[in-house]
Write a new protein. Structure first.
Ligand SMILES: Cc1ncc(COP(=O)(O)O)c(C=O)c1O
Length: 447
């Protein structure tokens, strides 16, 4: 019996209700879940192989999301931290198994990256997205943002402003600043309830500011948009015409709701692939952010060669991160399918709950990522608006922390045009989401 099939027998005993104890990790004993129908998801029809309803205790690990906000919010307790973009679920058991096996070998000398590591990255992208990643074109990074930093330093040599659509991921502002450049916001208008690209504005901004690089996010954090082929081609055509490099951060690609579709930017046509980079990782999909492992690639080998010549890449990785990423792509397809269904269920639950119980908060099920961008403008107004130098986002954030024990992120973190919107992380159990929403309802009712 192969190692994989042994693992399969241990971890995929559908319907057996069995658990296996593997040892202990942060949060207590490590119980490998067998199977679960998605309890508490009402009439939603889900067939799950992993028990994503398990209430996994993250407190005490020193993490940013749970321990971080608990420290900052004192004396208030925050039983529902829904800010930082990571997940509350136990990770794929195969990852833990592979890491523990390696930990058992108590020597940490130099270790090259085996060819199968790259093969599994290529296979995952091919199988799930029909994206062809050329062998030899993959570079490693300590994180997606570290990869972005390397690309910016290599390509934005004249120090021009870097364009992003806003609302846009807060980390983009930080990484552009770290690279010693300025962010140029291209605000997206809301059309029929969805944020849309304003390509006329973008073209004007590129001309006026002589932009050479844009950071693009697909699926987009925080709006949740999965950009269509047509949208991306139109955007890509502007970039091609004006000689702008597209840096496509697709870290959220594995989270796509049922009604939506993720198309990798580099698959929409050769000319787009040849003028772009793509960055991905298992850090969102399998909650491996603290393992610090990511990768980037481009069909344009000159880009890859230039990055390397600029000294940004040693072909090495942290052994544990590499092992975790490999196990994820090798064994994680079912886990990821289950996760997508579960997040989709949470999105629908949120939409229905808000419409029925907190109509002052507006939300429609989004397309990709596990992040909901909810409109709390009316809540801010009910609270009397911000005082002194307080922002609307801080007002709403503090209100929900103090009155409901729920932490959500202020829209202002994502650009100038997101005042009143709040980002809520749905990568948690249905029970916690329900608890958070009940607490928010109680708080709003008492205003
Ligand atoms: C769009 C996007 N890119 C990058 C990152 C950070 O990635 P990493 O931790 O691999 O640098 C995040 C994290 O939330 C993100 O949402």
């Amino acid at each position: 019996m192969t190692e994989t099939s042994k693992l399969n027998r241990r971890f995929f005993m559908k319907g057996a209700g069995a658990t296996a104890m593997l040892g202990s990790a942060v949060g207590g004993g490590l119980v490998i879940p067998a199977t679960a129908s998605a309890k508490g998801m009402g009439s939603m029809n889900m067939s799950m192989s992993y028990d994503l309803n398990e209430e996994f205790n993250r407190i005490g690990s020193g993490d940013s999301k749970w321990d971080g906000i608990r420290n900052r919010a004192r004396p208030f307790d925050v039983p529902f931290p829904m800010g930082v973009a990571d997940m509350d679920f136990r990770t794929l058991p195969h990852i833990t198994e592979a890491l523990m096996k390696r930990m058992g070998h108590q020597n940490w000398g130099y270790q090259p990256i085996p060819p199968y590591y790259y093969e599994n990255i290529i296979a995952w992208n091919k199988k799930r997205y029909n994206q062809t990643v050329k062998p030899g074109s993959i570079l490693n990074a300590h994180g997606v943002l570290d990869g972005v930093l390397a690309i910016l330093k290599t390509h934005n040599t004249e120090g021009n402003k870097v364009l992003i659509f806003t609302p846009g991921y807060s980390g983009f502002f930080g990484v552009i600043r770290n690279a010693q450049f300025e962010t140029l916001e291209c605000p997206m208008p809301i059309v029929d309830g969805r944020y849309e690209m304003d390509l006329d504005l973008m073209a004007r901004q590129i001309d006026e500011e002589d932009v050479k690089v844009m950071l693009f996010c697909n699926p987009q954090n925080p709006t949740g948009n999965c950009w269509t082929v047509e949208e991306m081609r139109k955007m890509g055509d502007v970039c091609l015409e004006k000689g702008v490099l597209v840096v496509a951060d697709e870290i959220h690609c594995d989270f796509v709701n049922k009604h939506a579709k993720y198309t990798p930017y580099a698959t929409i046509g050769e000319k787009y692939a040849m003028t772009s980079y793509t960055l991905k990782s298992t850090s969102k999909s399998f909650n491996l952010a603290a393992q610090h492992v990511a990768y980037m690639f481009s069909d344009n080998q000159e880009y890859i060669d230039t990055l390397q010549k600029n000294g940004h890449q040693r072909r090495s990785l942290n052994a544990l991160g590499m092992i975790a990423c490999n196990a994820a792509y090798l064994h994680g397809a079912q886990y990821m399918d289950d996760m997508q269904s579960y997040i989709d269920g949470n999105c629908h639950f949120l939409e229905n709950f808000l419409a029925e119980n907190i109509p002052d908060i507006k939300y429609k099920v989004h397309e990709g990522t596990y992040l909901a961008f909810i409109d709390c403008t009316a809540i801010a107004a009910k609270l009397g608006g911000p005082k002194d130098d307080q922002t609307v986002g801080k007002l709403v954030q503090d209100f929900f922390i103090q009155k409901a024990g729920v932490n959500i992120n202020p829209g202002e973190s994502y650009g100038k045009n997101a005042v009143g919107l709040m980002r809520m992380n749905l990568a948690t159990t249905h029970k916690k989401l329900h608890g958070a929403l009940n607490a928010m309802k109680k708080a709003v009712d008492a205003i």
